[in-house]
Design a protein around this ligand. Structure first.
Ligand code: ATP
Ligand code: MG
Ligand code: FE
Length: 334
């Protein structure tokens, strides 16, 4: 069973061919980061135009890489939300046309489920129930999965997502876009205890997150130093800020593991590429005898392979999308 996965929700045009949910035959990612870098963030109108320019060649390259034609595919999976509406529409319209012309099913994939399904690419034997910590540019969720497509959201951010906070602080520090990798790099040279930034734990027992407080605390520190004409040690700020974010993510995840007694934890989303977060969760899960898995960095950020993986399980469930599938920019996890 060969599934073509297509992802265009934000600023990556990506396509992948996946065989039987486990063999990634090809994977093409055309990133627009360089185009958006000069604006310090993604410009939606520019993003959709770039997707229009690149989608067809990215899909052709993916098929060539897999030595396939449309006729060899069982179905086409595409992200239909959440994301930028113009960007999503390019992928959805393209996938619909291709699937209809090839006479094969269209599979509509929730981008956030896709992030979590990246874990099934490197470990198709993952057992349920499992707990997923999804931390990306726009979302921070703790999700309990009982089976494929069967899940419950235990907690989510009440304001900024972890990645969003990292990106905003990095921008103020003048580090570049997207901020997560730059914060991680700067933090390597810094002292994580140089600054005491707040850790918002919310009400006792809450599995929700809040990252706007820590973000504001860092921005205030930077602004008041600037007013006084003092220079800050960027590495120390980055290290202390990253530590505060990772601390909260780890503590809430451990609380969720305690509550659910889930034997397995998976990590997903762009922030899941963070080495400090991976290390802390590896240590904590080892101590508790919880199985822990996370995708390689390239499968943490946006990619077509994770969409193909989620599509494969939808295909098995015969859960096909209707031909009038529409982009849903505000789609969330059910
Ligand atoms: P969403 O998936 O919520 O719709 P998105 O698709 O824009 O949002 P992703 O591509 O999943 O987000 O992740 C991008 C985010 O991951 C950015 O905020 C980026 O700074 C962050 N990120 C990437 N690499 C790292 C890293 N090594 N450490 C921390 N954060 C990282
Ligand atoms: Mg991106
Ligand atoms: Fe994403």
């Amino acid at each position: 069973i060969n599934i073509l996965g297509i992802e265009t929700s934000c600023d990556e045009t990506s396509a992948a061919v996946l065989r039987n949910g486990r063999d990634l035959l090809s994977h093409i990612i055309s990133s627009q980061i360089k185009t958006h870098q000069k604006y310090g963030g993604v410009v939606p109108e520019v993003a959709s135009r770039e997707h229009i320019l690149h989608l067809q060649s990215v899909v052709e390259e993916a098929l060539q890489g897999a030595k396939m034609e449309f006729g060899d595919l069982a179905g086409i999976a595409v992200t239909y939300g959440p994301g930028l509406v113009g960007s999503l529409l390019v992928g959805v319209a393209g996938a619909k046309a291709m699937a209809y012309a090839a006479g094969i099913p269209l599979l509509g994939i929730n981008h956030l489920e896709g992030h979590i399904y990246a874990n099934f690419l490197h470990d198709p034997e993952l057992k349920f129930p499992l707990l997923a910590l999804l931390v990306s540019g726009g979302h921070s969720h703790l999700v309990h999965f009982e089976g494929h497509g069967k899940y419950q959201v235990l907690g989510h951010t009440r304001d900024d997502a972890a990645g969003e906070a990292l990106d905003k602080v990095a921008r103020t520090l003048g580090l570049g876009y997207p901020g997560g990798p730059y914060i991680q790099k700067a933090a390597l040279e810094g002292d994580p205890h140089a600054y005491e930034f707040p850790r918002a734990m919310l009400e006792p027992g809450s599995l929700d997150f809040s990252f706007s407080g820590v973000k504001s605390a860092v921005l205030n520190t930077l602004n008041s130093a600037r007013m006084k004409g003092e220079t800050v040690n960027v590495a120390d700020v980055a290290a202390s800020f990253q530590e505060a974010i990772v601390d909260v993510l780890v503590r809430k995840t451990l609380l969720a593991l305690e509550k659910t007694k889930a034997p397995t934890l998976v990590l997903a989303g762009g922030v899941a590429a963070n080495t400090s977060l991976r290390k802390r969760l590896t240590e904590a899960t080892q101590k508790r005898g919880v199985a822990f898995s996370y995708p390689p960095p390239v499968l943490c950020t946006d990619n077509g392979a994770m969409i193909a993986a989620a599509g494969y399980y939808r295909y098995l469930a015969k859960d096909y999308a209707p031909w009038n599938l529409n982009a849903i920019p505000g789609l969330n996890l059910a």
